[in-house]
Design a binder for this molecule. Structure first.
Ligand code: FAD
Length: 397
């Protein structure tokens, strides 16, 4: 593919940059640079309103086909939009699970009725979604989900527990992977994929506090929760394929444009290194240069990878992308701590563990989780080994 931008792309960049400058102001100024919610400055109402402003202007689902309400923009322009979003310091998107995971899944696997029913709410920014996959005993081994859905007329009755559900506290809908036939073997043949409204008595969420002191994710409990049979994507017991399709979107398009945010972080670390003298240290200079080079490689690889997304199979370049960026970012966090030196210490002077964390410490702490979610490092390596390199399969339980 041609990675250069043409004149039309550059015009589009100006349009995107102007839109951000014109809109991320006034009532939304408070959201500039706002990271993931889950702390005292949640600003959920402002973030919801921001999603609607983006939706109204047609900036949600820009890569989806026009036939389902998207803009079918070429990949380069999608990257440009996300870059300009990051350059303007746009807030963490509470709509990203809906836009990046639910919408493409529904567009790819849903019926026409489901597309009509769910996509407008996502693309207008009105409906916020969360992902109900993981459970206490089903993370990497997703097929082991114990949450049960049992048919009751035109509805499913759902009982069970999900965990690490990002954004569950402020979501309107969740898509869950659940068991509809616990006896069948292999287990993934008894799994269904359901869209479930969060606002009902049978669904409760309990926030989990993270080491960064935020709580962006929750435990989610289903106690006789209900959803219509019409809200099942794919066949009953045929949800495995759909759930894998969602993951291929998660490992791909939702990371688009992230590199510009990474580049901004690296720039701040470089600035700190220049200020405190760390940049004069030959070893740290080398590490900073290395980080920059790897970031450039990441950008080109991401664009090559995203060129081939079709919601079904991952191609080999896509398989490397998640592993690459997650480890690069984790290493960046470690490098930031080295650059800060003793100033990276989290303990208060009086030795209490009641700490405040700065931006660099947050990168260091949060980036550990990036090597876990959306497929841990080990799982990514298994995928590369088995599916890209054709090595023998890992023994399965
Ligand atoms: C910040 C964050 C946000 C998240 N948000 C969501 C969300 O919104 N919705 C959701 O459903 N989930 C979410 N998750 C959960 C995430 O998907 C799981 O943590 C992940 O799938 C790993 O599952 P687990 O935690 O159960 O670990 P396990 O699967 O128990 O893994 C434990 C360790 O064993 C290794 N391991 C497991 N199986 C193998 C194998 N076959 N071969 C080699 N090594 C193996 C893993 O790599 C890991 O090191 C989130 C997680 C984080 C950290």
């Amino acid at each position: 593919m041609d990675l250069r931008y043409n004149e039309e792309d550059e015009r589009f960049r100006e349009e995107a940059a102007k839109w951000m400058a014109d809109n991320l102001r006034g009532d939304f100024e408070c959201l500039r640079g706002a990271h993931m919610p889950g702390g005292p400055e949640d600003m959920i109402e402002e973030r919801r309103a921001w999603e609607c402003v983006m939706g109204e202007a047609g900036w949600i689902g820009i890569g989806l086909p026009k036939s389902v309400g998207g803009r079918d923009l070429p990949l380069q322009q999608q990257v440009i939009f996300y870059e300009e979003y990051a350059r303007a310091n746009g807030p963490h998107r509470i709509g990203h699970v809906g836009e990046g995971l639910a919408a493409p899944t529904i567009a790819f696997f849903g019926t026409d009725e489901q597309k009509k029913r769910f996509l407008p709410g996502i693309l207008s920014g009105k409906d916020i979604w969360c992902q109900g996959y993981s459970e206490p005993n089903a993370g990497s081994d997703l097929a082991n989900v114990q949450t049960r859905a049992v048919r009751d007329g035109d509805e499913y009755v759902i009982n069970g527990q999900k965990v690490w559900t990002s954004g569950a506290d402020w979501s309107d809908w969740t898509f869950i992977v659940c068991s509809t036939d616990p006896e069948v073997r292999p287990k993934h043949k008894g799994i269904s994929y359901l869209l479930v409204p969060m606002d009902q008595p049978g669904v409760t969420t309990v926030p989990i506090v993270q080491i960064t002191k935020e709580c962006e994710f929750s435990e989610t409990f289903f106690t006789d929760a209900r959803t219509s049979v019409d809200n099942r994507i794919g066949e009953e017991n045929g949800g495995w394929k759909v759930s894998m399709g969602t993951l291929s979107f998660e490992r791909g398009a939702s990371t688009l444009g992230q590199q510009l945010a990474f580049a901004q972080e690296l720039e701040k670390i470089l600035e700190a290194a220049r200020e405190n003298g760390a940049a004069k240290d030959p070893i740290q200079r080398q590490k900073l240069a290395d980080s920059y080079l790897k970031l450039r490689i990441m950008r080109f690889n991401a664009m090559r990878a995203l060129d081939g997304i079709d919601g079904g199979e991952l191609d080999p370049v896509q398989m490397v992308t998640k592993l690459y960026w997650a480890n690069w970012h984790r290493d960046l966090g470690e490098l930031a701590m080295e650059v800060l030196g003793t100033a990276s210490d989290l303990l208060n002077q009086d030795g209490k563990h009641d700490y405040d964390i700065n931006e660099f410490q947050k990168i260091f702490l949060f980036s550990r989780s990036e090597t876990i979610y959306a497929g841990s490092n080990e799982i990514q390596r298994n995928i590369i080994g088995e599916r890209a390199l054709g090595l023998p399969r890992e023994p399965r339980p």
